[in-house]
Design a protein around this ligand. Sequence first.
Ligand code: ATP
Ligand code: MG
Length: 280
Amino acid sequence: MSPQGTAHREGIDSLTGAAGLARALRTHEVDAIVGVRDIMFVRLKQAEDELESSRNQLRALTAHLLSVRDSERVAIARELHDEFGQALTSLQLGLAWLARNVKPAQKPLLTKIGALSDATTSLIRSVKNITVELRPGALDELGLAKTLKSSAREFEGSAGIPCGFRTNTAGATFDRPAAVAVYRIVQAALTNVARHARASNVTVALMKRTYDLVVTVRDDGKGISRKLIDSQNSLGIIGMRERTVALGGTFTLASSRSNGTLLTARIPLSRVVIGPATAA
Ligand SMILES: Nc1ncnc2c1ncn2[C@@H]1O[C@H](COP(=O)(O)OP(=O)(O)OP(=O)(O)O)[C@@H](O)[C@H]1O
Ligand SMILES: [Mg+2]
């Protein structure tokens, strides 16, 4: 080979060598990058799985706490009713006996007994109201729909805001813990309307659809911001949502300044209605 040919050959060799090295380096880098990316994917997946599992644990814990709170309320209501209720009733009977046996001449004493008797009567009423609040006994006597209807009427009386009630669940029987959950959701929603909404109209509805029981509370008040709906400090809203989710349902709050707030809890019929379960 001529000297020029040899130089040309060496030139080509050194070029392929450099290109090959560059290619090898690039491939190596790409391999490293792909490796890092794969590791990151795996770690991300692990983090997602851990997050999902702790979210599920938190959900289960909340559902458990809510159900413990409900049974504690029932126990406190029973204690209040049995201990205080009976003690106050005997106190009132004793005062009535005193009033009958005090001489008419002892007027100041009679007045005092009368005042004590009035105070006792009002205490008995308070204990009764607290007991009803703690343990919605009306659910057993009236059923869910009638209890909600009477809640709507009570709300009208106490908040001074007209409150309608609609249902198509006549004849349906509800599972008690599920009915308590629905009752508590509606109570919390109505309390929110009274406290925050500045509404002039409210409607509560309990509707049986093909697959779900749909509970709605609609007001025409000032609405809630998305930030407040999603805030971790909105414990009332979180409680309503968790009660719904614990029954396998979905919970939404739709709100706007012009249209007020619409709360919807949609719960599978199979989890709440024990008969007859067909859509009305
Ligand atoms: N119907 C409503 N209309 C307007 N604002 C509302 C309504 N419901 C809730 N809000 C707003 O959302 C916030 C969070 O409601 P949430 O029920 O979680 O808490 P809260 O009522 O302030 O306290 P609580 O824990 O006693 O229920 C309220 O403070 C209020 O500002
Ligand atoms: Mg509230």
